[in-house]
Design a protein around this ligand. Structure first.
Ligand SMILES: [Zn+2]
Length: 375
């Protein structure tokens, strides 16, 4: 996989960073691009770092080396082997890839601190906690980054962007932060590996384009340490993508989602009025209250005792929908919710529904094992 012609183009209010990509494998697209809305070109770097973060996993997936025609931070180059060890331990089908690029001279870092922000429990918690612990000073978050086309499966659905972008802007205004809207084709063009493992480095690659703006970027963790699973954004993996200029921080592995609601999100009037977890386009920036993402979030808010105060769901918490929840890799998380439900008749209905969902998932696992043994 050969990355060349890294350059910046200006399109009206948007700065476009693009590069040509050549590979033997047809699953690798021929162009990678990042668009930054309302951001001047001097805030975007033309270094090779984002292309290492964005294309290493795709290169490993198709078994090719990665050559980047631009200098890359020595800090990142030194970590490429550790990154690959983690990834190959999780996904043995990934091939080791040699990474070739010139070593970059030190560059001055920006003075901003970014946070990837979607309006969900994880990123809201990171924002609120940072505002509490660092109301000002060098550790205070200065920018909310919305990764359009990376954050969601909606890629280039304009309706999604048109509805979510002003929403993120309004939260930034309410919290005294600025917004960076980042748009990229990484998810559409290079996720042959599967998105679950790739999403972390795809997001981080967008942050590394902004070295003139940031010296640190926070990625809100999805999994508390007690429930960690191999996941593309991980407390051991994310910091390894740091460069000399930009430190990548995987935030808040010390809290479960429920703890995040209890300690921050559920106490913030702003968060309860604007919480956004749903991916349904028509719904934005509100939540449908019916999809699994909505149902699980409502269950958490209910257990924390703040569901009634949250005004962003368009349907009530329905035990029938809890019963239909897919469990998959979240068994322990859901078992924990089950323990925390109370004695009210509604809680008992939720508990029965959750036990039903867990039982159905257990049967699915057993059935799959039996079929595999037979087959
Ligand atoms: Zn929904």
């Amino acid at each position: 996989v050969y990355v060349s012609d890294i350059h910046i183009e200006r399109e009206a209010q948007t700065t476009l960073l693009a590069a040509k990509v050549e590979a033997r494998d047809p699953r690798i697209s021929d162009r990678v691009e990042y668009r930054f809305h309302d951001l001047p070109p001097d805030m975007v770097s033309t270094a090779g770092d984002p292309f290492v973060a964005g294309l290493l996993i795709p290169a490993m997936a198709v078994g090719e080396d990665l050559i980047v025609e631009a200098p890359v931070s020595p800090t990142l180059l030194n970590k490429v082997d550790s990154i690959q060890s983690w990834l190959r331990a999780w996904r043995p089908g990934l091939h080791p890839a040699r990474v070739e690029a010139a070593v970059a001279e030190p560059v001055p870092a920006g003075d901003g601190v970014g946070l990837f922000f979607s309006g969900g429990i994880d990123s809201y918690h990171s924002l609120l906690r940072n505002m509490q612990e660092h109301p000002a000073g060098k550790d205070a978050i200065t920018h909310l980054i919305f990764g359009y086309g990376i954050d969601t499966r909606y890629g280039y659905d304009r309706r999604y962007m048109d509805r979510v972008s002003p929403f993120i802007q309004s939260i930034a205004e309410a919290t005294g932060k600025r917004v960076v809207i980042l748009e990229s084709n990484l998810r559409q063009a290079f996720s042959a590996t599967g998105w679950m493992l790739y999403h972390g480095s795809a997001l981080i690659s967008g942050a590394l384009c902004l070295a003139p703006l940031f010296n640190r970027v926070l990625v809100a963790g999805s999994w508390a340490t007690t429930y960690l699973i191999p996941w593309g954004s991980h407390p051991e993996l994310d910091p390894l993508w740091s460069t000399d200029a930009v430190e990548i921080v995987h935030d808040s592995v010390d809290c479960t989602r429920l703890e995040k609601v209890v300690t921050q999100v559920g106490r913030s009037e702003l968060a309860l009025r604007t919480l956004r977890v749903c991916f349904e386009v028509e719904q934005q920036p509100r939540n449908c209250g019916r999809c699994p993402k909505c149902i699980e979030t409502m269950l958490i808010l209910h257990i924390a005792g703040v569901l009634e105060s949250c005004s962003t769901f368009d349907a009530g918490l329905d035990p029938k929908r809890v019963h239909a929840l897919p469990i998959n890799h979240k068994r322990r998380v859901f078992e924990n919710y089950l323990e925390l439900l109370g004695d009210s008749s509604f809680d008992q209905r939720l508990a029965r529904a959750l036990r039903g969902a867990l039982r159905r998932d257990r049967l699915r696992i057993i059935l799959r094992r039996v079929l595999r043994r037979k087959g």
